[in-house]
Ligand binder design. Structure first.
Ligand code: COA
Length: 147
């Protein structure tokens, strides 16, 4: 069981950013200027940050951006290396989707290696591979079955 926190404090946002720094900037070598953007502050009108704890300790994070009334863009999905492979990533996706019962479509741009993970979460890939921060990505979407 993991706990999902919708971030409302600077302290929890700092914990999310620490996970993203470890996973994307240090592990995957994504440049800091591309990883951190204008949505990474409390009170952003379209962004929600989620922090996930296991046994009280931070293990993962997800950032969601509202794209109008019907589409939620899911991104910055990260589980700390030592916590991977045990179902936490999928549980994080399930918990976040449940937070948005009115959204029609969940969309994301998946790193190529993560496509099978998102397929397990019910997402379907479409379109061509493209480069973002030098990493191969593909667009994926899922209809919200919880509506
Ligand atoms: C991608 C990531 C979030 C997956 O988290 P995780 O906790 O390891 O995933 P889970 O253990 O919940 O896996 C759920 C299912 O997907 C499968 N899966 C996970 N990663 C996979 C991979 N790279 N290739 C194939 N299958 C994968 C698991 O086997 C599991 O299948 P099952 O339900 O049949 O057992 C995690 O590896 C991560 O943070 N990676 C680094 C950051 C990253 O690349 N994020 C994605 C950016 S688009």
């Amino acid at each position: 069981m993991i706990t999902c926190i919708k971030v409302k404090t600077e302290d929890d946002l700092r914990k999310c950013m620490k996970i993203r720094r470890t996973v994307f900037i240090e592990e995957q070598k994504v440049p800091e200027t591309e990883e951190i953007d204008g949505h990474d502050h409390l009170g952003d009108p379209v962004a929600d940050h989620f922090l996930f704890l296991k046994n009280g300790l931070p293990v993962g994070t997800i950032r969601c951006l509202k794209k109008g009334d019907n589409v939620l863009k899911i991104g910055r999905v990260a589980v700390l290396k030592e916590a991977r492979g045990g179902g936490i990533g999928k549980e994080m996706m399930d918990l976040v989707e449940k937070m948005f019962p009115k959204i029609m479509t969940f969309a994301l741009d998946a790193q190529e290696h993560a496509i099978p993970f998102y397929e397990k979460c019910g997402y379907i890939a479409s379109g061509e591979i493209f480069l973002d921060a030098g990493i191969r990505h593909r667009h994926m979407e899922k209809r919200n079955s919880g509506r």
